[in-house]
Design a protein around this ligand. Structure first.
Ligand code: PMP
Length: 352
């Protein structure tokens, strides 16, 4: 077999949560928001001038960059827009993790990181989280080629605070530190305020979770002008336009609807906390979640058993057959009604 064939076959792609073609399935397996996007986004899409789709969109999604920059007290030169944060992260790995030294990230984290490392031939070293899935900041002190940390972390759902992030940044001044904040809006500290202080910090976020726009693929990064201009150069070497006109229209309207955003995020958090309580009452160990999902295990039933049982009963959750977490389930927070059904099924299984 030729070398190029061998290299291609070596790549194990990221596996996303299943998308069943059946409305009756309760889908709690992809950390999507159960509520629709802001009505303002719907209105803007309905008013979209289809006749103008003959034109290319704004090359840098400038209207959205301006809104996001203002939101965080930054300038558009500190904001980068991409097709979902997966796109932003992949471009960032390409742009910043170019040293021969390994990049560092936790052994339990977003499973796309090793995929990009393998694809882009970036050396990496895994830093084991402790028995409670907490990340130890000291693991990130040794010299390295870059750091990437999801905060809150996925699939563990737990979060670290400002001191932790600052500690990582203070010990990593010579490499780029990426903080992946896909779930940050569900109740934790955001490091965006630190980008004006640390020139090597890049914070990525998404419209897929807290803004209910996973279907439109909108992600962003905040960083120093130096990092953002480098990211733009890499993107412009691959493709010329980040968001299509429809996505840009929906994103701008959604970003400006703060009231709906707060309302739905709070609702998800409330449902999350109530569900966690119910699951704990059934004997589950549930991590303290700062996200829109719960990470849980039960002493008497294997995660795989529960996963299969729920699946047979029309509720899809996520199960990762991976070392250290193969007895845990990742359960996305749905509507109250969906979580009620989940809890009813689990009560039936556990209490008979
Ligand atoms: N980071 C983390 C930790 C995630 O769980 C996800 C969602 N799969 C993403 C980034 C990417 O989200 P998106 O591309 O939809 O913005």
């Amino acid at each position: 077999m030729s070398e190029w064939e061998k290299n291609l076959l070596d790549i194990a792609p990221y596996v996303a949560g299943e998308q069943p073609d059946n409305d009756k399935i309760i889908k709690l397996n992809a950390n999507e928001n159960p509520y629709p996007p802001s009505p303002a986004a719907e209105k803007a899409l309905r008013e979209l001038k289809v006749g103008e789709l003959n034109k290319y969109p704004d090359a840098n999604a400038m209207p959205l960059m301006e809104i996001l920059a203002k939101m965080h007290g930054l300038t558009p030169a500190n904001v980068f827009i991409g097709n979902g944060s997966d796109d932003v992260l992949a471009l960032s790995f390409r742009a910043f993790f170019n040293s021969k030294k390994p990049i560092l990230y936790p052994d339990i984290t977003y499973s796309f990181y090793p995929v990009w490392c393998d694809l882009l031939k970036i050396p990496y070293k895994l830093c084991p989280v402790d028995e409670n899935f907490r990340i130890n900041s000291e693991d990130y002190y040794p010299e390295n080629g870059g750091v990437v940390i999801a905060n809150p972390n996925a699939p563990t759902s737990i979060t670290e605070g400002k001191d932790f992030i600052v500690d990582i940044l203070e010990h990593n001044k010579d490499c780029v530190v990426i903080i992946d904040e896909a779930y940050v809006d569900f109740g934790t500290y955001s490091a965006v305020e630190l980008v004006s202080k640390y020139e090597n910090l890049l914070v990525t976020q998404t419209f897929s979770k807290s803004r209910s726009l996973a279907g439109m693929r909108i992600g962003m990064a905040f960083g120093s002008e130096k990092l953002i201009s480098c990211l733009r150069a890499v993107k412009d070497s691959y493709n010329s336009y980040p968001l299509d006109t429809a996505a840009l229209t929906a994103a701008c309207a959604s970003a400006e609807d703060e009231v709906y955003f707060r309302h739905t995020v709070l609702k998800v958090m409330q449902t999350r906390d109530e569900t966690a309580q119910t699951l704990r009452g059934l004997g589950f160990k549930v991590m303290d979640s700062a996200t829109n999902f719960l990470f849980a295990t039960h002493p008497d039933y294997t995660a795989e058993e529960i996963f299969m049982y729920l699946r047979e009963n029309g509720v899809f959750v996520r199960y990762f057959k991976k070392p250290r977490i193969d007895n845990y389930l990742r359960i996305t927070v749905g509507t109250d009604e969906q979580m009620k059904r989940l809890c009813e099924l689990l009560t039936k299984l556990i209490t008979g």
